[in-house]
Each structure stands twice: as structure tokens, then as C-alpha cells.
Design a protein around this ligand. Sequence first.
Ligand code: COA
Length: 195
Amino acid sequence: MNQNLHMPVNLRTERLSLRAFEPTDVDDVWTYASDPEVTHFRPLPDPYTRDDALDFVKRQILTDWSTNPEFAIVFGPRVIGGVSLHVSVENETAEVGYLLGRPWWGRGLATEAARAVVGWGFRHFGLHKVYARAHVNNQRSWRVMERLGMTREGVLRGHWKMRDEHVDLVYYAVFRDEWTLPTDSCEDQVSSGAT
Ligand SMILES: CC(C)(COP(=O)(O)OP(=O)(O)OC[C@H]1O[C@@H](n2cnc3c(N)ncnc32)[C@H](O)[C@@H]1OP(=O)(O)O)[C@@H](O)C(=O)NCCC(=O)NCCS
């Protein structure tokens, strides 16, 4: 397991660079997250204002990388989404979450980013299991989970309250010894802190 658990890292995949969020990312985040189709299945403010994007980026910059690494997905010159891991150190588990701006859907970029982060999470934190949850109707999201080799373990009934409605979630997971996807991403330790 990596000793520098508090330090942000950069990951590089074939098409993407994954790094800590930076103050200059606010407008990119606002652009993709203010699209109602992107927030439809997420418990995010609607409408999503520039101040919401500013608050989000501030929280990402202050995040504790030893438990909540938050990666901005960089494609070409801009940030097009994010991938997060919420680690439970005592259980050796983590939840992965991802979001991509709509112009970049349908190209395998979310799967490429999530695959790099989950593979890194297994190595870096010595995780036993990584899981993901999504609104039961968010088929795009659970298809990402399936492309990651996750197994649907069940449905969590009425588990999130979204826009005054209690909605069901699908729950998918993969164990470390089931993780067979190639780890073709490169990793660089970042020398300065995220703050
Ligand atoms: C969930 C979300 C990230 C999925 O994005 P996506 O683009 O569908 O997922 P991927 O990047 O894995 O792309 C898969 C698509 O690209 C295609 N594709 C093209 N090249 C590919 C490649 N090299 N590898 C994998 N898929 C590829 C697949 O066939 C698939 O297309 P299809 O949807 O027409 O079947 C996106 O819909 C999103 O951000 N939604 C809003 C936020 C959200 O709901 N997040 C999840 C919360 S739990």
C-alpha cells in the first residue's frame, strides 16, 4: 500500500488526464453540471448555478485524499467531469462515483476514467471491494459499472431522497480478486498538497 495516502496523484490513461481539481476549473464544472440531463439522476441543485460550481470546486480542493480522493477528468484543454472514491479505511471498501459532461457521453471516457481510478484505489489503499450505486433508471451509469466488471448485488429500496421522492438505487461491486481489467494508466505523485 502507498505510504503517501494524503497526497494527490495524477493518473494518465490513453485519452485522459486525471488530477486534483483546481480553482480555474469552476467554469468548466459549471458548464457541464448546469445541464439538466447531467443532473437528472443526481441529488444536485437544480438549477445549478456558478456559485454551486464554485462551492463544489472549493470542496474538492479541500478534500482529504486519504479517504476522499476527487479527480477532475481532463480531456484536451478542459475538465469534462469527475471521478471520486469514498474510502472506508476500517472496511477496506470504497464507493466510486463519476460524472461526465453530456458532449462526451458515448465514447467510453467515463469507463476509461473510472477504470483507472478503481485500479489505482485497489493498489493505493489495499482495498478489498469497490462498489457503486445509481438511480435504478440511470442505465448509462449501471452500464459503466458492468463495463468495470462489477456484479449487481441488489437494489436499495427508497435509499435516496431526490426532489421530494424516495428513489431505488442499484448496487454494484467488484472484489479485488475479481478485478481483471488491465491497469494501463500511469501514476505520478504530486509533490505539493491539494490546498
Ligand atoms: C453515467 C455517465 C458517466 C455514463 O457516460 P457514458 O458516456 O454512457 O459512459 P462511457 O464513457 O462508459 O461510454 C459508454 C458508451 O460509449 C461507447 N463506447 C465508445 N467507445 C468506447 C470504448 N472505447 N470503451 C467503452 N465504451 C465505448 C459504448 O458503446 C457506450 O455507448 P452506448 O451508451 O451507446 O451503449 C454519464 O451518463 C453521466 O455523467 N451521467 C450523469 C451523471 C451520473 O448519472 N453519474 C453517475 C451517478 S451514479
